[in-house]
Design a protein. Sequence first.
Length: 88
Amino acid sequence: LETAGCLQIGWADGSFAGHCHADRGDGCGDGPSSWAYDGWRRYRWHATATEWGCRWTEGDVIGCMVDMDEKVVSFTLNGRGEEIGMGV
């Protein structure tokens, strides 16, 4: 990360239209067609926010994975996931 600020990092499917509402702050994870991790506010996003994960800092590395067979989205912070409270 180049900043520890407010970001939502994740994935979107083909019906994602978050960029159409960027003026009101919508982005990845804010609707039903995308999934995101926000380490500044410690939320995971998929239409709504749920408190989750660890706070990130500048220089951290965020992993963002999708298992298409299992239909699972997962995230890591500096290579660590479930062991730091960031389970699926």
